[in-house]
Design a protein around this ligand. Structure first.
Ligand code: HEC
Length: 143
């Protein structure tokens, strides 16, 4: 009984830890899809498959209000933006851009990205073979 009470208290207290859900402002003109002039279809696909983690345009689902799920997701987003942030693409120098595009192709081709834990909860991010090819061709075309 005491153990149960302790768990309930623990789970309740952890709810007070909130992740930072700010949408930092950024220059829309410096966004990856704007800079590279991606067409509408490619834009939609990349936005739904990558932008929740790799940009400032994150859409936070309801369960991101619940700890510890929220902490786990918050950490992923923070880490993803650190590695690659499409919203601040224009700030990367040309060498960094080139390197990131190379990695995008690699991660995407190997099926490492988007993370599997994300496509479970975001079926729209699970691209069909044709959609994948389209995105891959796009990454390669701007290389
Ligand atoms: C659920 C969040 C999430 C989604 C969605 C996601 N990523 Fe990531 N991505 C991460 C995290 C976290 C890392 C850093 C850790 C790692 O490499 O696993 C990362 C790392 C990367 C890296 C490596 C960057 C570097 O400098 O090492 C590339 C490239 C990348 N992602 C591309 C993509 C692309 C392209 C998409 C969409 C097709 C995508 N990611 C979707 C979370 C995500």
């Amino acid at each position: 009984m005491k153990k149960k009470i302790a768990i309930v208290i623990g789970v309740t207290l952890i709810q007070f830890i909130r992740i930072d859900k700010d949408h930092p402002t950024y220059e829309k003109s410096g966004d990856f899809l704007t800079v590279t002039k991606a067409d509408k279809k490619t834009t939609n696909l990349i936005q739904s498959a990558c932008y929740d983690c790799h940009s400032y345009d994150t859409e936070y689902p309801w369960y991101t209000n619940i700890s510890p799920v929220s902490l786990w997701i918050g950490h992923h987003i923070e880490e993803a933006r650190e590695h690659l942030n499409f919203s601040t693409w224009a700030e990367y120098d040309s060498e960094k851009k080139e390197h990131k595009i190379e990695e995008m192709i690699e991660e995407f081709e190997e099926g490492e990205m988007p993370l599997e834990s994300f496509t479970w909860t975001h079926p729209e991010a699970k691209l069909s073979a044709d959609e994948k090819q389209l995105v891959l061709n796009w990454f390669k075309s701007i290389q």
